[in-house]
Every structure is written in C-alpha cells, then in structure tokens.
Ligand binder design. Sequence first.
Ligand code: NDP
Ligand code: MG
Length: 407
Amino acid sequence: MNAVPLRSNKTANAAIRSVTVLGATGSIGDSTMDLLRSARDRYRVEALTGNSNVQGLAKLAKEFGVRFAAVADPARLSELREALAGTGIECGAGASAVIEAAARPADWVMAAVSGAAGLKPALAAVDRGATVALANKECLVCAGDFFMQRAAKAGACILPADSEHNALFQALSSGHREELVRVIITASGGPFRTWAPADIEQATLAQALKHPNWSMGQKITIDSASMMNKGLEVIEASYLFSLKPEEIDVLVHPQSIVHGMVEFSDRSVVAQLGTPDMRIPIAHCLGWPERIKGPSAKLDLAKIGQLTFEAPDFERFPGLRLAYEALRMGRGATTVFNAANEVAVAAFIAGQIKFGAIARLVEATMEAWSRSTNLAPLSSADDAIAVDHNARNRAASLLPQIALRAS
Ligand code: NDP
Ligand code: MG
C-alpha cells in the first residue's frame, strides 16, 4: 500500500483538527500559519517549531495559543522560556524537542524544516500515523523508499505539499496507477535560465537569490537557481508515487502556472494550474479530503496571455542530470546527492566556492561514494543518517580541491 492516498475514500470531517507546524518560522511555515489564521474555527495548533528565530516563534505561539513550542538550537532555551513566560505554553530546545513537537498528538503535521535535519521529526509524526503534509523534500530524498515504507506501515497519510507534487497528486486522481504513462513536473528555470555557462559559473549569491516567480527560503532559492531543486523533486516524485526515473519528465515553464501533469495510457494529459503561491498546495493539504477556501489570487490566464515550455538543459544545469543518475544508482545515492548539495550550498553561501562548483562538488562526492564499498540499500533511519553523515564528511573533505579547480 502506498502512503500517498491516490484516491480519497475518506469522508469529510467537520470536527476541529489539531495541527502542528514543523518549521513554522520559515517561508512554508509562514504560508501555513497564514491559512490557519483565516480558519481559526477549524484548526487548533498543538505545536510549533523553529531553529533559532525565538522571537518569531514565540509571537506565533502566543497568537495561536499553542500547547508546545520548540527551537532546534539548544542554546536558545532560556530565551524561549523568557519570551513565553506567563503564557502557560510549554517549551523545549534542541533536536529532541523538535522531535517531541512532532510526536505530540496532532492530526495533521506540516513538515517544513529545511534540509535533512527534518528527517527525524518527520518520522516521529509518520510513526504515530499522522497525516503529514510534506514540504521538506530533502528528508524524503535522504531516506528514500524507507520513508514511504515506514509511513505505509504506520498507516500515516503523506500529502505532497511541494507545488509540483501536489499538482501530480491532484491530477493522478483522474485515472488509476496502472493507466499512468508518465508524470511531468515543471520548472521555472530560475534566474539563470537564459544565462551562458560562463556567467552561471560566476553568479553571485545576490543573483542566485533573485527568483523570478517564487518567494522562498534561502536554501531552496539557491537550489532553484542551480536546478538542484528540480533534481530533488524528480527524486521526490519517484519515492512519493513509486515511479521509475524514465516515468518522470521535467519541462521548463518560465511562467510557473502549470505545476505538474500526468499522462495516461489514452494520451490524455491532466494538469493542475494555479498562480505561483504556495498557499494553494498547502490549502489543498490542509483541507484534504475536502477543499477549503483559499486566500490566493484568482488565476487570470487572459492577463498572463502566454504559457511557454522548453526542454531542460542538462549541460548548463548538471544538477538535474546528477539527480537522475542518483535515482538510477539507488542504494543510498540520493542520500549522498542531497547531503553533498547541502554542504555545497552552505559553502556557496559562505563564499567558499563559486556557484558553478555546487554541481561539481555533488558529482565528485557521488563518484567518491560509488567507488566505496558501502553500497547496501538503506533499511533504517539510522542507515540513512549514517550515509548522510559520511557523505557530508566526504563533501567537506573534497571542498578545498573543488574550490580551487577551474570549471
Ligand atoms: P526556510 O529556510 O524559510 O525555513 C526553514 C524552517 O526550518 C524555519 O522554521 C527554520 O527555523 C527551520 N529550521 C532550519 N534548520 C533547522 C534545523 N536544523 N532543525 C529544525 N528546524 C530547522 O525554508 P522554506 O520554508 O523555504 O523551506 C522548507 C522546506 O520546504 C524545504 O525542504 C524546502 O525545500 C521545501 N519547500 C519550500 C518551498 C517554498 O516555497 N519555500 C516550496 C516547496 C518546498 P528558523 O526560522 O528559526 O531558522
Ligand atoms: Mg517545488
């Protein structure tokens, strides 16, 4: 059984739902809190988490009258306690406190921590059979099939919150799994879509952070500029919907209006459209199996005028090629791909490597890993975390030579 419910047979439930938001102080967290704010009578917030933004978290915790608030940074406990003094809100700090937040009894959990750091908290929600809206693609790419198997075993329901995967989730209900030929996820192409390779190589942090359509957190914005984000999403689609790499296509669509399409055996292609606003897929997850009223702008196709599509360029954006390679390699290769990319993005932000070196570091780490003997399939969260940890060390040790190497 797949943990993503492809056809809803659940009946609508008018009762108040308890919800927890992991990564409440981030960009997805902000969109989620915005939706919760406009439906206060339907949802009760059990727990919220952040990393180091104590003041932002405390403000949200007080506004929503939550039961528990946690920050991942252990050094911030006293600051959080002080900010919540007199409110009766319980609080905690450190990675274990974030896991505790996820383990508390909420019907619905938004997994929106950035990076593989979100894996253990997401698993804590999955293990108690919660409905988990999954935005944190890195945790799925890190843990792979194992995450979905564990979700199915626990009876958890995984709702794809990433816009492309949410689009596929919606389109998939038009047919049966056996009738599916392929899925297509779209990519805006990012700020460097039309740039020459030499200019992409030298791109600055400020240029990489200027996404043409979406307003998002820093890491995913850089991943969008390198198209590593689309690579992560190809892998995410494979695990979420049990798809082979050849069943997943990427199409560059600069307007970001069509988010995903599914082609069925009769050659019908079913697409989901919407303005580039994450509150649309999040609202779908929040309301599921019903639809709730969303605050996003109405889609005005006449005003937009043209929707255009291009094939992706695997040479200028090698991250996308590497993602398909990782998926074909299996056995933890996607864990390595993700870990190396997280190290590379942090190094780019810190000014240690050029933009073009991000993909080179990921490729070098994958090559070094594939030559090693540790090629067993992942069978537990600890396995995934060990491969992730080793890959991070390997990427860090390759960093100096990649930083020096010319393109
Ligand atoms: P942000 O960087 O805006 O927010 C990340 C959140 O995670 C913040 O609450 C942050 O806390 C918290 N956090 C960071 N590090 C840790 C850690 N080590 N342990 C626990 N919590 C931590 O990211 P986004 O909201 O943009 O993205 C979140 C996830 O959703 C990512 O996986 C991204 O790929 C995915 N996603 C995002 C989209 C978007 O539009 N933004 C679209 C689709 C998917 P603090 O604020 O205190 O630092
Ligand atoms: Mg996406």
